[in-house]
Design a protein around this ligand. Structure first.
Ligand SMILES: Nc1nc2c(c(=O)[nH]1)N[C@H]1C(S)=C(S)[C@@H](COP(=O)(O)OP(=O)(O)OC[C@H]3O[C@@H](n4cnc5c(=O)[nH]c(N)nc54)[C@H](O)[C@@H]3O)O[C@H]1N2
Ligand SMILES: Nc1nc2c(c(=O)[nH]1)N[C@H]1C(S)=C(S)[C@@H](COP(=O)(O)OP(=O)(O)OC[C@H]3O[C@@H](n4cnc5c(=O)[nH]c(N)nc54)[C@H](O)[C@@H]3O)O[C@H]1N2
Ligand SMILES: [Mo]
Length: 750
């Protein structure tokens, strides 16, 4: 740590990449790009302002109403009382103990979803889970907001964990460059999103690959509502949101109609095509899925659909599907249908062909590295078995005891009395925030560890101020990157902030579980312990990793784990020998029809992919809500992190909403105007950005604004989740349906 007043510069790592930090007199004064990064992110620019921002939580704080009468009302409006650490920890520990004695650990929700910050040891979610396990367990959550729906459906189709497909199996960028002739990108591939990656991303590559694709003449077709979802130079096929499955079915129909289906591949490598064909050709429901059928649904010309199908069948084609497609109601369908379409094309297992998911979604997808795991803090065993799908938290709080379906299982929601959150911001990330705000009043107690006074911290009863990564030492490393960092402590903790580890150690001590939680180690000892274990494991795999002292001195090293050799191709071995190297599906093959899913009897996810319109989309737009709202990830930051400072620095709040010139002129809206975006669920302000790069009828408002208004009247900052629909994607996946929402926009000046 810089203790004197002279300027020091060190490198650190983060979810948005590595960067240099200048420190002077205990303050971060500037950041600069990391020397090895060809396309550095600008997100660190706001860091100096954010870390020292007045919205930091400075002291342990307890909400007055809860403190005085344990009153649950007032979450979001009450004032907070600052207390000394010991007192606040005593109160929190006593309350946790009361709840677990009175109601059992089944009454504690500790899913605590969120990205927190990078760093192997001070990972807030691992810390809170370890702590809760050490005191008897907690109700956990399954999957992520990012890919929860895909994580449920794809193992039925490919017999493989979805995250393994993404990070360990599917084609590398190099393989795409070498072999692909046509890249068909549903939802685009956006280098803006690959700025970030869980745990770090040192060399930002996606933009560079697209430059190379362009020079080579690889044809890249972005299919979706926004031209800007792919780099400039890509072709754009404007599509109505949520209609991808209809388009894919029509492409499949053309293949079948024109004899372009690879029958041999289907026979060798898949099961159930005939059952699906019955549906595709309309024998099941009297509706052949022709381009003429799909055209009015998806807004793409029938002849353009035919041309695309022919092109896909006659060139080496990789279909890529953005994660956003499964973050909407019936998100299972485009994911499954893309696998069926790729199977019909017969290129799965050929380099640069077939299908891939989430390229560009985060920077780690498409890199080809030796898997070098390790350095993970054990979360201990959770004695409580109850797990909810991550995005069903609102339903859980509203309906304790109520039964719900999830991927063939059926469970009652637990009766939650206490919530502990560390490293996430549900009042940024969850859908229908006004309704979450209501449901959030139900538990008896809510405890949050947070560096900033986010909307979630403001809705807690007990708030512990947490350090940011710049206020503690850690190791930066992820399997998706080939760099290793010592992340030095750069500045002293801001205010009275403590590391999550210290907070949980204090609570564990009071609950008689300190030894179980800490195993007798200080934070520094844990870091050494995890690091030494990692170094040994790496050595066993022939990878030389410096000792901790050397790494501290060098600050960072590049690991020799990048594989430049043979290109990586999804299911190449299976394709060569489907009987000898079967998939882990019940049939051993790609399941175009799944007996398992069929046996669940879900009308919202039957035994093969089908076209199912969502509750809200342009196909049923009303005069009250005529526009489809998509809410992509913000380009200038990570989710809601650093938001308060960004607002100060840019002075440009509320957030910009992209709207088509036709839709804008009908409403008398010009770029820069402050507008009201609304539907029956809520309303927010936003700043209009009029652009022909979005399909008419669609508006795009990125996530990331702090949810501002506890009365649910109008959110001043532009959080799209006051408008989104809080329903599961289906009874199968129960993922988040953030991209499903109809809204209207009015000019606030009028
Ligand atoms: N409408 C809509 N909503 C969406 C999405 C969408 O596409 N559309 N996308 C969804 C997706 S995919 C995701 S992943 C979520 C993201 O949602 P979140 O992951 O919840 O968002 P973050 O803002 O990253 O929240 C992390 C929080 O952790 C805090 N934090 C950082 N470091 C530390 C630490 O060391 N300790 C502690 N205690 N806290 C720390 C940060 O200040 C921040 O408040 O949003 C989801 N919501
Ligand atoms: N800079 C930055 N990068 C990020 C993040 C961040 O906060 N900031 N968050 C990261 C996280 S947690 C995640 S999960 C990933 C998410 O990665 P993605 O899910 O790929 O990204 P999104 O930005 O949600 O959506 C991409 C685009 O999909 C389009 N889209 C929406 N609905 C549909 C549809 O029905 N059909 C089609 N064809 N297109 C549709 C929208 O136009 C949108 O711009 O991004 C990661 N990258
Ligand atoms: Mo995500």
């Amino acid at each position: 740590m810089a203790d004197g007043s002279e300027k020091q510069t060190r490198v650190t790592s983060s979810h948005w990449g590595a960067f240099e930090v200048d420190v002077e007199s205990g303050r971060i004064v500037a950041t600069r790009p990391f020397s090895q990064d060809p396309h550095p992110s600008a997100i660190p620019d706001i860091l100096p302002a954010a870390v020292h921002h007045h919205t930091r939580v400075k002291r342990p704080s307890i909400r007055r109403g809860w403190m005085e009468t344990r009153c649950r009302k007032g979450r979001g409006t009450d004032e907070f009382i600052a207390l000394p650490w010991d007192e606040a920890l005593d109160i929190a520990a006593t309350e946790i103990d009361r709840v677990r004695r009175a109601h059992g650990n089944e009454a504690i929700f500790g899913g605590s979803y969120g990205w927190g910050s990078a760093g192997r040891f001070h990972h807030a979610q691992s810390q809170v889970h370890r702590f809760l396990n050490s005191i008897g367990g907690y109700v956990a959550s399954f999957g992520s907001y990012s890919t929860g729906c895909a994580q449920a459906i794809m193992p039925h189709v490919f017999g493989e964990n979805f995250l393994k497909i993404l990070y360990e199996h599917q084609d590398s960028w190099q393989s795409i460059f070498d072999h692909t002739e046509t890249l068909v990108m549903f939802g685009g591939i956006n280098p803006k999103n690959s700025q970030v990656s869980m745990g770090g991303i040192t060399e930002h590559e996606a933009a560079g690959w697209f430059d190379r694709f362009a020079r080579k003449g690889l044809r890249c077709i972005n299919i979706g509502p926004q031209r800007t979802d792919a780099p400039a130079g890509c072709e754009w096929m404007p599509l109505r949101p949520a209609s991808d499955t209809a388009l894919m079915l029509a492409l499949a129909y053309v293949l079948e109609e024109e004899g372009l289906t690879d029958q041999q591949f289907l026979a060798r490598c898949t099961v159930g095509f005939n059952r699906f064909l019955y549906y595709l050709m309309g024998e099941e429901d009297s509706q052949p899925k022709t381009p003429e059928w799909a055209s009015p649904l998806c807004g793409v010309d029938a002849e353009a659909i035919r041309d695309l199908a022919r092109r896909m069948a006659t060139t080496r084609t990789l279909i890529t599907v953005a994660w956003s497609l499964q973050r909407g109601e019936h998100g299972e369908q485009p994911y499954w249908m893309s696998a069926v379409l790729a199977s019909m094309l017969g290129q799965i297992g050929l380099p640069g062909g077939g299908v891939g998911y989430g390229y560009g979604a985060i920077g780690g997808v498409g890199k080809f590295l030796t898997g070098l795991s390790g350095m993970t803090l054990s979360q201990l065993q959770n004695p409580v078995r109850t797990v909810i799908p991550v995005a069903r938290i609102g339903d859980m709080l509203r309906n304790p005891g109520q039964s719900y379906d999830f991927n063939g299982k059926c469970g009652p929601y637990p009766d939650i009395r206490l919530i502990y959150w560390a490293g996430g911001n549900p009042f940024h990330h969850h859908q229908d925030l006004n309704s979450l705000h209501e449901a959030w009043q139900k538990p008896e107690t809510i405890i949050v560890n947070e560096p900033w006074w986010t909307a979630t911290a403001k809705r807690a009863d007990i708030v512990f101020p947490a350090t940011t990564p710049y206020e503690r030492e850690d190791i930066g490393r992820t399997n998706l990157d080939d760099y290793l960092f010592y992340m030095p402590q750069l500045i002293p903790p801001v205010g009275e902030a403590r590391n999550d580890y210290a907070i949980f150690t204090g609570l564990a001590r009071r609950l008689g579980q300190e030894e179980e939680f800490t195993e007798g180690r200080s934070a520094a000892e844990w870091i050494r312990n995890l690091y030494d274990g990692y170094r040994t494991l790496a050595g066993d795999q022939g990878v030389d990793v410096p000792d901790l002292e050397t790494l501290k001195e060098r600050n960072w090293v590049r690991l020799p784990i990048r594989l430049d050799g043979p290109n990586r191709t999804l299911f190449a071995l299976f394709r060569e020998d489907p009987a000898g190297v079967p998939l882990k599906t019940p049939s051993g093959r790609i399941e175009i029809f799944s007996e398992t899913i069929d046996s669940f009897g879900y009308d919202d996810c039957p035994g093969h992919p089908v076209w199912l319109p969502p509750t809200e989309w342009l196909g049923n737009a009303t005069t009250a809500s005529p526009l489809h709202l998509v809410s992509p990830q913000p380009g200038d930051k990570l989710h809601s992190q650093l938001e308060s400072a960004l607002a100060d620095v840019e002075g440009e709040r509320p957030v910009a909403i992209v709207i088509h010139p036709d839709d804008a002129s009908k409403r008398g809206i010009r770029s820069g105007d402050v507008v009201r975006v609304f539907n029956a669920r809520g309303a927010c302000r936003a700043r209009a950005a009029v652009s022909g790069d979005i399909r008419s009828g669609v508006v795009a408002l990125p996530t990331g604004a702090w949810f501002g208004d506890p009365d649910g009247n109008i959110d001043p900052h532009g959080n799209p989740n006051v408008l989104t629909l809080d329903v599961g994607t289906s009874r199968l996946g129960q993922g988040c349906s953030a991209h499903t929402a109809l809204v209207d926009v009015v000019n606030l000046k009028m």
